[in-house]
Design a protein around this ligand. Structure first.
Ligand SMILES: O=C(O)c1ccc(O)c(O)c1
Ligand SMILES: [Mg+2]
Length: 631
């Protein structure tokens, strides 16, 4: 077997990407794909002749793995068959010029089709015979909404009956998994009959399957389907073609194609890593990516960094002091302060440009404690994370950082090490964190609102780059629109990142905090921390009485607990594992605030049920401050 055949090839359908055919091909090549599926409409709209497209692809190092889709062919009355075969013959001419040897035929949705498997098989045989004369293969795909053929086992039954060497199957994970078919039986199909494999993930939705497919597909790892298991079956059956993405998604179709293609490639690298972890050795070897180091264990946050300016800097510093933090260090060469309490560390960086607006503050970086920071950085690069250029003094730590899709820098550190990954020696000591402060122990999570167009990309990025596990998507009704959130966390829950997004693009009426972000710290006694912080003058967020009356009605908490929660404006939630007591500060600068959480008995969530109350409280304060509305 040659090197070229040993490693599985990666492809992408042009329909996944935005722009003209030329834009799409350039983007696919730049992201490192080996091949493309050419979507017919992209070709039709292109000024390039099929031969020129072939040349363009060759120049870009792309093979044309599939021409698609050819629709409404099979099981029609005789007079229509002739027309369909003529249509196919002309497409075979085109494919010859393109240099594409496989044509996708989707199961018919035509009102002219009849429910007759023998007729479908007979006509597909005729098509395959014509194709074979032209050196072309037919890959028959059951659309989930096909009129009579809408499951993979049915499409296989027809292909099996037709029994022509130029006729095989195209399996599309969306069509198989959206219908709830058991993919395990794919293993029983001869590998040589699996001509093509299209991959798409999707969120679990209860809706019409065609709408679901045409608008909501996602790249593997971004949705709810078990793609590693699915692909595992297909490879175990002996499929030898590419892993090819076919994702119809409203957002991706409007996104910068170069960026979307990178997101797509990252999804395949991640999928290959998952596949290489189990299954037969021969399959594992084919999908393995040699230069992708496994994710090192993470043991927590080294620090989080806020970009501040001369207005927000002192305001945030004052708030941190009142939360019991100590200003323990000053950067040797930059206007960066280190604040610490327990192992919770916050940097205030007045040098970066990233505050968003005058007087604003924003999360500019998060730094994780990695068992092997250099390996973490190599992994991030292998997953196509943009490596950030760094300016640093001669003897300062050489921390590598990458940029997440939302612009946040991600650093890999080992705070206790005596090498470059320990960043603390870049700071001169300005104070010592004495005692317990106000009881904060470490950072619990960082919550980042994502740009609408990059939510799914960001979740996959953080998950794959940092080796985190996704938590279920939750959605809740908030005062200014629905919010979707999804957290990702390492297996031991030392690093949690909570991502959220408004379900629709925001309009102009956006009176809430725009794109809020917060950093959450752990206490083991929320009431005591709130009391201590209040005594220090911390700007804690007040929660209205209605909230506590409702808590009482819903949960019947012990009276003294309820009274303490109410007195200190501490919120409460419960899940099947335990309880959450948590409270917030006011917004500092334009969008950032802090949270304190006490997780009791393994509570796993983030208090989403309370987020609307928090949002309304923040809005009330904002209006009171700016004098532009009722308090
Ligand atoms: O939505 C469609 O029409 C369509 C076309 C081609 C495909 O491969 C597919 O999965 C869906
Ligand atoms: Mg398909």
């Amino acid at each position: 077997m040659s090197e070229g055949e040993k490693w599985i090839r990666r492809g992408i359908a042009t329909v996944c990407l935005s722009g003209t055919l030329e834009d799409k091909l350039a983007a696919a090549a730049a992201a490192g794909f080996d091949g493309v599926e050419i979507f017919e409409n992209d070709l039709i709209a292109s000024p390039l002749s099929p031969k020129q497209v072939r040349e363009r692809c060759a120049d870009l190092g792309l093979s044309i793995d599939l021409y698609q889709p050819f629709r409404d062919f099979e099981a029609v009355p005789g007079e229509l068959l002739a027309a369909n075969l003529r249509r196919a013959a002309l497409k075979f001419d085109l494919m010859e010029q393109l240099g594409a040897d496989t044509m996708l035929v989707c199961s018919s949705v035509s009102p002219a089709a009849v429910d007759d498997d023998d007729l479908a098989a007979e006509q597909l045989y005729a098509l395959a015979a014509l194709a074979a004369e032209r050196g072309v293969r037919i890959a028959y795909e059951a659309l989930a909404w096909g009129r009579f053929v809408n499951t993979y086992d049915h499409s296989w039954e027809i292909v099996r009956r037709a029994d022509h060497p130029a006729l095989g199957l195209c399996l599309d994970s969306f069509h198989v998994l959206s219908r709830g078919s058991d993919p395990a039986a794919i293993r029983d199909i001869p590998g040589a009959k699996l001509f093509f494999l299209q991959l798409a993930d999707a969120p679990r939705l209860e809706m019409d399957v065609l709408q679901w497919s045409r608008h909501h597909r996602l790249f593997p790892g971004q949705g709810a389907f078990d793609l590693p298991a699915f692909v595992g079956h297909v490879l175990a059956a002996g499929y030898g073609g590419p892993l090819s993405l076919e994702v119809f998604n409203d957002v991706f179709r409007q996104a910068d194609p170069e960026r979307a293609a990178v997101d797509a490639m990252r999804s395949l690298i991640d999928l290959q890593e998952r596949l290489s972890g189990s299954g037969p050795a021969a399959v594992r070897e084919r999908v393995r990516i040699a230069d992708l180091p496994p994710a090192p264990d993470l043991s927590g946050y080294a620090f989080t960094e806020l970009a501040v300016d001369e207005v927000s800097g002192p305001q945030v510093a004052g708030a941190l002091a009142a939360l019991g933090f100590t200003h323990t260090g000053q950067h040797r060469s930059k206007p960066v302060q280190l604040w610490q309490q327990g192992s919770a560390r916050v940097l205030l960086n007045a040098a970066s440009q990233g505050t968003g607006c005058p007087g604003g503050a924003a999360v500019s970086a998060l730094a994780v404690e990695s068992a092997d920071p250099a390996r973490s950085a190599r992994r991030a690069e292998a997953l196509l994370a943009p490596v950030l250029p760094r300016t640093r003094g001669a003897d300062e730590a050489n921390l590598s950082a990458v940029a997440a899709p939302d612009g946040t820098s991600v650093f890999f550190c080992r705070t206790g090490a005596d090498d470059a990954s320990s960043w603390v020696s870049d700071f001169t000591t300005t104070g010592t964190a004495l005692g317990a402060g106000a009881g904060l122990i470490r950072t619990d999570h960082v919550a980042l609102t994502q740009p609408f167009d990059h939510f799914d990309e960001a979740a996959l990025f953080y998950r794959a780059v940092l080796g985190l596990d996704p938590e279920p998507v939750t959605e809740f009704a908030a005062p200014f629109g629905l919010i979707r959130s999804r957290a990702v966390a390492d297996p031991s829950h030392q690093v949690r990142i909570a991502l959220s997004v408004a379900l629709l693009r925001r309009g102009d009426w956006a009176p809430g905090v725009p794109d809020p972000q917060h950093i959450s710290f752990v206490t083991d006694d929320a009431i005591a921390s709130a009391r201590a912080m209040r005594a220090l003058g911390a700007p804690l967020l007040e929660i209205p009485d209605n909230y506590y009356d409702d808590l009482d009605a819903r949960l019947n908490l012990p009276a003294d607990l309820l009274a303490a929660l109410r007195e200190y404006s501490v919120l409460y939630d419960r899940d099947e594992h335990g309880e959450l007591l948590h409270f917030y500060t006011e917004v500092l600068g334009s969008r950032v605030f802090f949270e304190v959480v006490q997780r009791v008995g393994g509570y796993a969530g983030y208090g989403a049920a309370n987020a609307p109350v928090r949002m309304a409280a923040h809005r009330r304060l904002r209006m009171a401050r700016t004098g532009s509305g009722p308090a």
